[in-house]
Ligand binder design. Structure first.
Ligand SMILES: Nc1nc2c([nH]c(=O)n2[C@@H]2O[C@H](COP(=O)(O)OP(=O)(O)OP(=O)(O)O)[C@@H](O)[C@H]2O)c(=O)[nH]1
Length: 139
């Protein structure tokens, strides 16, 4: 035993940087009433029981944005590991440049396509901040 105190709950969330033909990245705004409301984030969400991360992400992208993504089009880029007060977030970030359908905020969330260098102009959850440099490097 090495750790002292209660272990934080580890929460696995999968997220995606959708990249358009101009190299812009999609961010969506968390709706009122949710934790971290108003902040801009990458689309994605928690896994449902029995789901693989890629399956969960494909489901979330369909539910939230109305687009269809094929699993080979999800490329792992990096991950966030962040201690929130109530849980520890582990969030793999995939990049996707190919999908079918037109991106729409199906849950009432605002959506924006943003150049990676401009992502810092949008308030994001603290876990996301370290991801921005990876996107700038990639794109
Ligand atoms: N999808 C997404 N979630 C993020 C990002 N950054 C970040 O800290 N998170 C956190 O990861 C969790 C994502 O959960 P979610 O979107 O499936 O669920 P939720 O908060 O709506 O909660 P609920 O399902 O408990 O109601 C939230 O706690 C959210 O704050 C991000 O860039 N994208």
């Amino acid at each position: 035993m090495t750790a002292a105190g209660a272990a934080p709950k580890l929460v696995l969330v999968v997220a995606c940087a959708l990249v358009d033909a101009d190299g812009r990245v999609l961010i969506t705004q968390r709706p009122e009433g949710k934790a971290l409301a108003g902040l801009w984030e990458f689309p994605g969400g928690k896994l449902e029981p029995g789901e693989r991360p890629e399956q969960a992400l494909i489901r979330e992208l369909a539910e939230e944005l109305g687009i269809a993504v094929e699993e080979p089009c999800l490329a792992p880029l990096t991950f966030a590991s962040h201690a929130y007060e109530a849980f520890h977030l582990l969030m793999p970030l995939y990049v996707c440049r190919r999908w079918t359908g037109v991106v729409q905020g199906l849950e009432g969330q605002a959506t924006r396509w943003v150049r990676p260098e401009r992502l810092r102009d949008f308030p994001m959850p603290p876990a996301d901040e370290p991801l921005i440099a990876h996107l700038i490097d990639l794109l």
